[in-house]
Design a protein around this ligand. Structure first.
Ligand code: SF4
Length: 231
């Protein structure tokens, strides 16, 4: 795949046309929390798995925790925000091992995003709403460009390059203003995903991993699961 060509297409996306497509499909978040929680797959429960980029991990660390001198609370560690993307890892005697690409939002023991919380009435909320990653901000939409990430499952609706994925909020009225805001975020996400994909390709150098060892490759190089660089 020619990532430079796809990146040029992403930069050329017309926000107004994206907004037209979003308006035509329709969307309003019902705050059901389905896009923030683990789910039941054919072969059992699956944890929530959404890609988060290195700069987004750092932004979430800042948003979720105390500052680095610990004065306003203990700093939020990399591991508190992100986990190695599980695809590509194999189950060894000491747990998952091997090399993988990119990071997924960290999950709780029950498989939900660690930033998702429900109040007593079952109404869910994101604890880092203002700083949530672009993939969350733009759910349930994606653009049909190679090298961009697509939410799990087939697209259930499509309008031009805009795809819509399973979500109970689809088909509801959306204001032009909200559609344009979503469209701008969708374009920004496509550009950042493609820049990240290109960065990973350029930075990748294979690393030999031992038993129980996991190495994550992102656009900044090879890292341990705690976010520190592999020397
Ligand atoms: S970061 Fe917020 S919006 Fe994104 S999956 Fe987690 S709880 Fe949901």
């Amino acid at each position: 795949m020619d990532l430079d060509a796809e990146l040029a297409r992403a930069r050329d996306l017309d926000v107004s046309e994206l907004a037209d497509a979003i308006e035509s499909i329709g969307f309003e978040c019902t705050r059901c929390g389905a896009c923030c929680k683990g789910y039941e797959a054919d072969d059992g429960p699956e944890p929530h798995t959404a890609t988060v980029f290195p700069d987004e991990v750092r932004a979430l660390q800042d948003a979720a925790g105390g500052d680095s001198d610990g004065e306003s609370g203990p700093p939020t560690e990399w591991r508190d925000v992100a986990r190695p993307m599980p695809y590509g890892l194999v189950e060894g005697d000491d747990g998952p091992e091997g090399e993988t690409f990119e990071w997924a939002l960290q999950t709780t023991a029950c498989g939900d995003c660690r930033f998702y919380e429900e109040d007593g009435s079952g109404q869910g909320a994101c604890q880092v709403h203002e700083d949530r990653p672009l993939i969350c901000e733009t759910y349930p939409f994606s653009v049909a460009l190679g090298g961009t990430s697509q939410p799990m499952g087939e697209a259930v609706d499509e309008e031009g390059v805009v795809r819509a994925h399973e979500c109970e909020g689809l088909g509801r009225d959306i204001s032009r203003e909200d559609a344009e805001e979503l469209a701008r975020a969708l374009k920004e996400r496509a550009i950042r995903e493609l820049r990240e994909a290109r960065g990973v390709t350029e930075a990748y150098e294979p690393v030999e991993t031992g038993p129980g060892e996991v190495v994550v490759h992102d656009s900044e190089g090879a890292k341990r699961p705690d976010g520190t660089r592999v020397q």
